[in-house]
Design a protein around this ligand. Structure first.
Ligand code: R5P
Length: 316
């Protein structure tokens, strides 16, 4: 890739390693602003030099969600006030995306609030990776590029010793489209689990459509947070006679609290995630991390050059 010295990259603190990898691929300068913290908890990020007119602020909004969201909003505002000509928020993992509609009276639509806030703070375009819902694009007042890590993850799966009879498992009906994308690349059948969420941290899997008897499985999801969805999917698969040879693949490894312990207790042979969120080592877990740096770098380069992103986008 030719050097992109005219692209301004600003890295939030949520995942500097990923931002550095993106900058290296683009051969573009990276600004890593200082972030001061006041005694009352407020933060003050300072972008001392907005380099270039076309600026990309890279920040995932996973845990600690609110710190990362506020930091991103302040960075966008700082870039705008610092004279950037055009600002794109690159949010590999977009928190609140699961709140894309009201599930009961009195709910807010958190995804809409989040997207509006980013646009108000200065984002003229958003780049996200495998967001929970494709409905986000229509609710965004600014163009939103919904990239997908599925081709890279499918490629990584192909290099793993996964039996030829393995089925792809959508652990809930919301993951069917995602599973079909994997299926088109891996040529494996899809089975679907019916899941209901009982509260914010509990789910219940009720049944399975398809045949898994004696077969290996690859569970695919957009994200793993508490791991309850995976735990329930594994329970149903084993009840239906699937082999204790299960691979789990998800774009976003949020893995809150004791999720690693929960996953460790399951017969998971491979756990494949990406680096949209910073990952600490998880001893004992068979984790492999595929980087989205190439995907983000190509998207940024193409947007900068006003070229289409078609082959990088989610299938909707
Ligand atoms: C839900 O619809 C998502 O696609 C994931 O399945 C879910 O959010 C995962 O969360 P957890 O790991 O907490 O079950």
């Amino acid at each position: 890739m030719r050097p992109r010295t005219d692209v301004g990259l600003v890295a939030g603190t949520s995942n500097r390693q990923l931002a550095r990898a993106v900058a290296a691929r683009l051969r573009a300068p990276l600004i890593g602003p200082e972030v001061e913290r006041f005694p009352d908890g407020e933060i003050r990020p300072t972008v001392e030099r907005v380099c270039g007119g076309d600026v990309y602020v890279i920040q995932s909004t996973g845990p600690h969600v609110h710190d990362h969201v506020i930091e991103l909003l302040l960075l966008l505002d700082a870039c705008r006030r610092g004279g950037a000509d055009r600002i794109t928020a690159v949010v590999p993992y977009l928190g609140y995306a699961r709140q894309d509609r009201r599930r009961r009276a009195g709910d807010a639509v958190g995804a809409r609030v989040m997207i509006d806030a980013l646009a108000t703070a200065g984002a003229e375009r958003l780049i996200v990776v495998d967001p929970h819902s494709v409905a986000l694009e229509a609710m965004s007042p600014v163009p939103m590029e919904m990239l997908t890590a599925v081709p890279a993850l499918a490629e990584a799966l192909l290099s793993m010793p996964i039996p030829a009879d393995a089925v792809l498992v959508a652990p809930d009906t919301g993951a069917i489209r995602l599973a079909e994308h994997y299926s088109s690349l891996l040529r494996r059948p899809v089975v679907v689990i019916r899941k209901t969420r009982t509260d914010v941290s509990r789910v219940h899997a009720e049944g399975l459509i398809g045949d898994v008897q004696g077969r290996s499985s690859v569970i695919v999801d957009d994200l793993i947070s508490t791991g309850c969805t995976i735990e329930e999917a594994v329970r149903v698969l084993l009840e239906r006679g699937a082999r204790q040879d299960i691979t789990v693949v998800a774009t976003h490894g949020i893995l809150v609290g004791r999720t690693a312990d929960r996953l460790l207790s399951l017969p998971i042979r491979h756990l494949l995630i990406t680096d949209t969120l910073h990952q600490e080592p998880m001893p004992g877990l068979p984790v492999e991390v595929e980087s989205v740096a190439d995907l983000l770098a190509e998207a940024i380069g193409r947007i900068h050059d006003a070229e289409p992103l078609t082959h990088l986008l989610m299938r909707t």
